[in-house]
Design a protein around this ligand. Sequence first.
Ligand code: NI
Length: 383
Amino acid sequence: MVPEHIQSLLPELVAWRRHLHAHPELGYEEYKTQAFIMKTLESQGLKPYAAGDTGVAVDIGASGPLVLARADIDALPIDEEADVEYRSQNPGAMHACGHDGHVAMMLGVAKILPELLAQSGGRARLIFQPAEEKHPGGALKMIRDGVLDGVSRVTGLHLQAEMPRGRIGARIGVQSANSDRFRILIEGRGGHGSAPHHTIDPIPVAGQLIGALQTLVSRHVNPTDAAVVTISAIQSGSAFNAIPSAAELKGTVRTFKQEVRDSLEGAMRTMVEATAAASGARAELDYMRGYPSVVNTEPEWRLFRAVVDEYAGPDAWMDIDERMGGEDFSYYLQERPGVFWNLGAQIGPNPYPHHHGCFTWDEAVMPLGLFIMARTIMAYTGA
Ligand code: NI
């Protein structure tokens, strides 16, 4: 259970979180957020430094194995609809994914960790990463700036508004999806709407592709594997009586396994080119790989599970499913062993989902979150 001196940090955590919530900044624009984190860490007697352009890192502890713990700090391009007193004061930006809470909890970790590590040994690098929501992801910039240098294990957490309050879960192995984007440009030949035989109409080709691409999921991918192909934008034409010369489709592909990702991309390319060719058109697939899957390592999962059972109580644990969302913490896990975990913070029976303008979550879970984060860091240092 959470010790009293950590539980009593709640008002301060809430104040930090609400300040950040009222002043959200989008990816790579987190200047005020960065300054706020710096100032708060300095007021705690620490020596933070800038990393990843608009991010922050701070090292704690004198000697021993070095563990990295990450909070993401960016907001989303969404107008806040929630009627709360600390609502966003920046139109077009909102902390609609809980990253404000991630920052507040990590500032709390920074507050309690120096004393804990002074007793037990071991070192921690706490990082506040920009642009988790914006491809190609702030994690790559942080890694480029050397935040993984000397690090032996990594951890990070995400609040989940659709998971019961105070419950904690993580998977062994794959936990989130490979998150890719694509654009298909179909080139035909435009002309008068009354004379289709003089044109190469790109619109029926687009229509065929919309249907045909779903057969890749149902006919090409092994039924025991998972994949999503979503076409999210269609653009072509503007007049009642003209056949346009081109059409564009955009969308996203989500997969868990690398093999499925590779073979789906190849099959899509074949289908796009061949479907267009069958109508005398030309089509090109621009397939843009995004975040890879979060893959947790088993030894670190076992250490984490033991921390949760000991410090949050055996009832706190919750087995979770893979999610089709993307998460750039995967880049740290490609380089170092570790665990990315979820903390439930649900309010009421029908919570708004993440990335919704009414998104909200229960601030009361923050002391538990930072306590488990601090204990996980200690476990990962071998203390
Ligand atoms: Ni998020």
